[in-house]
Design a protein around this ligand. Structure first.
Ligand code: NAD
Length: 379
């Protein structure tokens, strides 16, 4: 079947010599061998995946590569954030070297953002840089982490502190692979989809308000939402590959969200990243309204949509105790987006009108947190 027959959408990430295509559609795992062989002729491959994804999708990928004459070895890591570690990096690097792969061969990341970040870093450093293919299987990875070239692992001192920019040669987002994703993970990825509407695509946000059920159900609406998200991210990345300016807009909801993740010790039973982002986006809109930058009606609208899809919108929804507002401010100040003591936030003038606000007074943030962190029903 041709790409057109299978309704594959292509989004181009315009990065000059490092430009690449993102292919989005159902069945791309089965078509991967042909797509990769066409772009990286003669390459051999190492598939890096995690146990959950391996059980469901690795055999189909291996068969597709074999049918296209691509010799491949599979390296499987434990699922979860803990695999973004120095010890796992060493294991995967060793396995790639043991397979005698060369610089022109490919590391293929088959999995969520954890696998993509780890495998991309491996591809960036083994033999000073190998070819890299992203095959994202979580919604978050399809709309966010597989696009843009950020890769890396965590340090005991914090998340994502060690890594390289390593753009993939190709991204293959098989929308059908999302059928096996747990719904909580799908929702968490959806927070990032909504984020693109809230940053600068108000029409897309309105479309999501009307069509989110179809996005969750699969089919053309899901593929459209993913493609639109990739277009949004690709546009920002093309403007600012190394995050010296505009790319920071992608952090909408993330300053509050990262603080909440840190405050819950990255315990995914309590909070996963996208849930933190959802609460963070609700707070960023409410904070913007408090600062008279945006209408409270917009904050209401954001909360109503996120709540409708089942995402949390307030800190009171996180199970267990949270630190108080003062301690939360400390977590915010530790976030890497703090430049020389001034708090940098992504704030908004309304739906689809986000902007980078430097020098936000910490006293304002604290006063806001004191009202926003009241347990629900208490204020
Ligand atoms: P993840 O990789 O841990 O995947 C979530 C869970 O879903 C895991 O248990 C995984 O095994 C499982 N899974 C994935 N695909 C599946 C499928 N098709 N069927 C069944 N189970 C499946 O987490 P994630 O949410 O995909 O990514 C989070 C990571 O991404 C974090 O480490 C974060 O730092 C990183 N990230 C990176 C960037 C970037 O630009 N590089 C951007 C955002 C997030």
């Amino acid at each position: 079947m041709s790409a057109a027959e299978r309704r594959i959408e292509t989004v181009r990430v315009e990065l000059g010599a490092r430009a690449y295509d993102i292919l989005i559609g159902d069945g791309l795992i089965g078509a991967a061998g042909r797509e990769i062989a066409a772009r990286l002729p003669g390459a051999r491959a190492a598939i890096v995946t995690d146990e959950n994804v391996a059980a469901r999708h690795a055999a189909a990928l291996a068969a597709s590569l074999e049918a296209a004459g691509i010799a491949a070895t599979t390296i499987t890591v434990a699922p979860g954030e803990k695999s973004k570690s120095f010890s796992m990096l060493e294991e995967v690097v060793d396995a790639v070297l043991a397979a005698r792969l060369e610089r022109g061969d490919a590391v293929i990341a088959l999995g969520g953002g954890v696998v993509g970040d780890l495998a991309g870093f491996v591809a960036g450093i083994v033999r000073r840089g190998m070819r890299f293919v992203q095959m994202p299987t979580s919604l978050l990875a399809q709309v966010d982490s597989s696009v843009g070239g950020k890769t890396g692992i965590n340090s005991p001192r914090g998340k994502n502190l060690v890594g390289v920019f390593q753009q993939p040669a190709l991204v293959l987002a098989d929308t059908g692979a999302l059928d096996t994703l747990p719904v909580r993970e799908f929702r968490a990825g959806y927070a990032e989809v909504a984020k693109y509407g809230l940053i600068d695509r108000p029409d897309f946000f309105a479309w999501l308000e009307a069509n989110w059920r179809e996005v969750f159900d699969g089919g053309p609406a899901r593929a459209h939402a993913i493609a639109e998200s990739c277009r949004a991210k690709a546009a920002v990345v093309a403007r600012d590959e190394y995050e010296t300016g505009d790319r920071a807009l992608l952090n909408l909801g993330h300053t509050f969200g990262h603080a909440l993740e840190a405050a819950t010790a990255y315990d995914s039973a309590r909070l996963v990243h996208g849930e933190g982002v959802a609460i963070g986006m609700a707070l960023a809109h409410r904070f913007s309204a408090r600062l008279n930058l945006a209408s409270p009606d917009d904050a209401d609208r954001v909360e109503a949509h996120l709540a409708a899809v089942g995402l949390p919108i307030s800190t009171g929804e996180i199970p267990g105790e949270l630190p108080g507002p003062e301690r939360m401010l400390d977590y915010i100040a530790q976030d890497k987006k703090v430049a020389r003591g001034a708090l940098t936030f992504i704030l908004t003038r309304g739906i689809g009108r986000a902007f980078i606000a430097k020098d936000v007074a910490s006293s304002e943030v604290l006063a806001f947190l004191r009202t926003a962190m009241l347990p629900s029903g208490a204020g």
